[in-house]
Design a protein around this ligand. Sequence first.
Ligand code: RB5
Length: 144
Amino acid sequence: MIAVASDHAGYDLKKEIMKHLDEKGIQYKDYGTYEKQSCDYPDFAKLACDAVNEKKADKALLFCGTGMGISMAANKIKGIRAAACSDVFSAKYSRLHNDANALCLGGRVVGAGLAAEIVDAFLSAEFEGGRHALRVEKIMSLEK
Ligand code: RB5
């Protein structure tokens, strides 16, 4: 199960990616926003990331205008390692090396086609562990 969430600026791209997930038969739950009225991305980052922390979802896909604000908000939530990506390579390695559990995309930055490839790379790559495990542990030990 994938948790998806956006603000108004990420709403259209979120909808495109939801269609893409439908086509791939990947289950997801949309934690809002459900309309294009201006809203605050930290509220929706929190809802989707809480679902990850509560193990209702394996990962979160988060969308705002740039992917930046919603990633900053997500990375303040204990247990979350959010990667803001505009390319396939970064998305893949955010999983392989960083064990990212949230991917953040900018609706004003990437088109739907590229975003779908970024999402596919993120969802299909597995954490390599090994030497990266200690580094991820060190990231998590920085949480207050
Ligand atoms: C909303 O206008 C915009 O600031 C927001 O979606 C995001 O891009 C912030 O990082």
